[in-house]
Design a binder for this molecule. Structure first.
Ligand SMILES: CC(C)(COP(=O)(O)OP(=O)(O)OC[C@H]1O[C@@H](n2cnc3c(N)ncnc32)[C@H](O)[C@@H]1OP(=O)(O)O)[C@@H](O)C(=O)NCCC(=O)NCCS
Length: 411
C-alpha cells in the first residue's frame, strides 16, 4: 500500500448558523467551499489543474447544497475545468470520510494529488432539509430498525451510562474553557483563514463566533432539556411516543432522562474545510513538505437506534489496523455531537481525558455537519505540531449507528 501524505489543511471560521445572527449566513455554501479550496491551493503551492479529484462531505444535499456542490465549488473557485468533484453523505462523518476516500485514492496508487473536505451552511440549508427523516420514510425498514433523531439517542446513552446532568454540563463547560484558551492563544491560526464576502470583498468572519467563554455551570444548569418534547411525540404504530419506542429496544434504561440542552449539545453553525493529500512520488517530484501521513482509516456500524456509540469500536478498529494501542495516541478529537458521546467513548476505551479535544469541540465551537470531520483533522494536526507530539486519532459518531476514524502521524 502506498503512503498518503497530508500536505496542508485549512478551514473557514465557524459562523453562527442562524439567519440574522451569523456572519456567514449571507454566503452561498459553494462560495464558502470555493474560498476554502483556493486558500488550500495557494498555501499548498500546487497547480490546481493537477488535482485529480475533490471529494467533499455535505449532509443536506438539496437546494444550494445539492447538484454536486464539490464540482460546482471547483468551478466557482475558478479552477481548471479538468478538475472533477464528488459529493458524499455519511452524515456527521462526511468531512472525515471525504478525507479518507481522498487518502484511499492515493494509497491505492491511483491518485497523486487529491483534496478531501466538507461544507455545511446550516443557516441556509438547515438540518433535515432533505426531508428524509431517519429512514427515508420506509415503513418496512422502520419495522426492522426503528430510528430516532440524534438528540433522543444522546439522552438514551446518557441514561444507560448513568451520566448525570452535572457531568454533561461539566464537560460542556470544559469545552467552552478549552476553546476560550485556544482562541486567546491563537491556536487555530494555522488552519483558519478569514472568509470574505464574495460581493463586497470585505472580511465577513475571521474567528469562530459560536463559543460562549462566559459560560458557567450555574447558567448551564438552568437550561431546559432540548429533546423532551420530541421524546413525547407519538410516532409508533400504536401511538407510542418516541421515548417509549426507544425504551422498547433498551428496557434496561428504565425511564428516559432528557439531559441534553442547547448548552451541552453541538452548535448549529456554517463552515467549510479542506485537506490536501499527495503521494510520496508527488511530494518528492514537486518539492513539497508533507506535514503528516495517514496511518489508518476505519468505519464501523452498530445498532441504529442508539446510534452514537460507534466511535469507540471504530477507534479500536483503526488502532488494530495501525498496530497501536489506545495509549499510543497523543491527541484525540472525538466529535462533541452531544456531551455524552465523548464521555461514553472515553469511558469505553479508557482514554486519558487530558488528551481529548484539548482545544474544545463542537459544543463550544459548533458542528457544521459535513465539514466537521475535515476541520477536526486540521485542528489535531496543528496541535500535534504546536506540542511537538506525533499521533492523533479523529473520530465522529454518525447517524444510522455508524462511526468513522482516522489516525494521523506527523512526518
Ligand atoms: C440543542 C439544540 C436543539 C439547541 O438549539 P437552539 O435552542 O437553537 O440553541 P441556541 O444555540 O440558539 O441556544 C439557545 C439559548 O440557550 C442558551 N444557551 C446556549 N448555550 C449556552 C451556554 N453555553 N451558556 C448559557 N446559555 C446558553 C442561550 O440563552 C441561547 O439563546 P441566545 O443564543 O439567544 O443567547 C441545537 O443546538 C441542536 O439541535 N444541536 C444538535 C445538532 C445535531 O443534532 N447535530 C448532529 C449531531 S449527531
Amino acid at each position: 500500500m502506498a503512503e498518503a501524505y497530508i500536505i496542508d489543511a485549512v478551514r473557514t471560521p465557524r459562523g453562527r448558523g442562524k439567519k440574522g445572527k451569523g456572519s456567514l449566513t449571507e454566503i452561498h455554501p459553494q462560495e464558502l467551499l470555493a474560498q476554502t479550496l483556493n486558500c488550500l491551493a495557494e498555501r499548498g503551492g500546487i497547480e490546481r489543474g493537477q488535482v485529480e479529484d475533490v471529494v467533499v462531505g455535505v449532509v443536506s444535499q438539496v437546494g444550494e447544497q445539492g447538484g454536486n456542490i464539490a464540482r460546482n465549488a471547483v468551478l466557482a473557485a475558478g479552477w481548471p475545468i479538468e478538475v472533477p468533484g464528488v459529493s458524499l453523505n455519511r452524515f456527521c462523518g462526511s468531512g472525515l470520510q471525504a478525507v479518507n476516500f481522498a487518502a484511499m485514492g492515493v494509497m491505492s496508487g491511483m491518485h497523486e494529488l487529491v483534496v478531501g473536505g466538507g461544507v455545511e451552511s446550516m443557516s441556509r440549508v438547515p438540518m433535515g432539509s432533505d426531508q428524509s427523516g431517519s429512514d427515508g420514510h420506509n415503513p418496512l425498514l422502520a419495522a426492522k430498525h426503528f430510528q430516532v433523531p440524534q438528540g433522543i439517542s444522546a439522552d438514551l446513552i446518557a441514561t444507560l451510562e448513568g451520566f448525570t446532568r452535572e457531568e454533561l454540563d461539566r464537560f460542556a463547560l470544559e469545552s467552552q474553557q478549552k476553546a476560550a484558551v485556544a482562541q486567546r492563544e491563537n491556536r487555530f491560526a494555522r488552519s483558519l483563514f478569514p472568509v470574505v464576502d464574495p460581493v463586497t470583498r470585505q472580511v465577513a468572519l475571521d474567528h469562530d463566533e459560536y463559543p460562549r467563554p462566559e459560560t458557567t455551570m450555574e447558567a448551564l444548569s438552568q437550561l431546559q432539556p432540548a429533546f423532551a418534547e420530541l421524546g413525547a411525540k407519538p410516532v409508533g404504530p400504536n401511538g407510542e411516543t418516541m421515548d417509549e419506542m426507544a425504551l422498547r429496544i433498551y428496557p434496561q434504561a428504565g425511564q428516559m432522562k432528557h439531559q441534553h440542552t442547547a448548552g451541552n449539545s453541538s452548535g448549529i453553525v456554517d463552515g467549510a474545510a479542506a485537506v490536501l493529500l499527495a503521494s510520496d512520488g508527488y511530494v518528492r517530484s514537486h518539492g513539497l513538505k508533507a506535514r503528516a501521513r495517514i496511518r489508518a482509516i476505519s468505519t464501523h456500524g452498530e445498532e441504529p437506534l442508539i446510534m452514537l456509540t460507534a466511535p469507540a469500536e471504530t477507534a479500536r478498529k483503526a488502532l488494530r489496523k495501525a498496530g497501536m494501542e489506545v495509549g499510543d495516541i497523543d491527541l484525540w478529537e472525538i466529535n462533541e455531537a452531544f456531551a455524552t458521546v465523548p464521555l461514553q467513548t472515553i469511558r469505553t476505551l479508557g482514554v486519558d481525558p487530558a488528551r481529548v479535544n484539548v482545544n474544545g469541540g463542537a459544543i463550544a465551537l459548533g458542528h457544521p455537519l459535513g465539514a466537521t470531520g475535515a476541520m477536526l483533522l486540521g485542528t489535531a494536526l496543528d496541535e500535534l505540531e504546536r506540542r511537538g507530539l506525533a499521533t492523533a486519532l479523529v473520530t465522529l459518531c454518525i447517524a444510522g449507528g455508524q462511526g468513522v476514524a482516522t489516525i494521523i502521524e506527523r512526518v
